[in-house]
Design a protein around this ligand. Sequence first.
Ligand code: 2AM
Length: 170
Amino acid sequence: MAERWFFALWPDAAVRDALAVRVPELLCVGARATHPSDFHLTLAFLGPLAPDVLACAERVADRIRAPGFDLELDRVGHFARARVLWCGPASPPASLSALVSEVRQQLSTCGLVADPRPYRPHITLARKAVAPPVSEWSAAIHWSVRELVLAAGTGGPGPRYRVRRRWALI
Ligand code: 2AM
């Protein structure tokens, strides 16, 4: 299957490990937990890309000048139709929304059209989750976001994504 590209925020080891500890207690029977190396928060999904468009997307990231920010992962949720269990910020900070807008707007110069659906920042914790989380999210996980990444996935068994490049937020 062709690689599918996306810009994302990738948690550091401390955030990743904190998430991995929480996931098992949330899962209904049959749900498949995300491999901890795959935890991420997507900024913009690009899909399969021709080499010249991929190069254009990388130049977009080269041009981004955005500050780092703090994220509180303080809620868990369930996308029932997609059967996805997720966590994310209850109140996304303005810096996150601004970064997403900037990346998506710049990507239009590469001919990449943003998903028209409202942006819902989330980290997929499990798939095939037919039921909402079976317990509460015990406490917020604090994440100091200091970089954005370009990652790719092939949809195989986990880990299914790979970070290809990183850019510092300043
Ligand atoms: P998800 O975890 O909720 O499925 C790589 O697939 C990343 O891009 C995932 O974070 C995925 O979100 C997100 N994504 C957004 N739109 C997508 C699409 N149309 N197809 C696949 N992944 C998409």
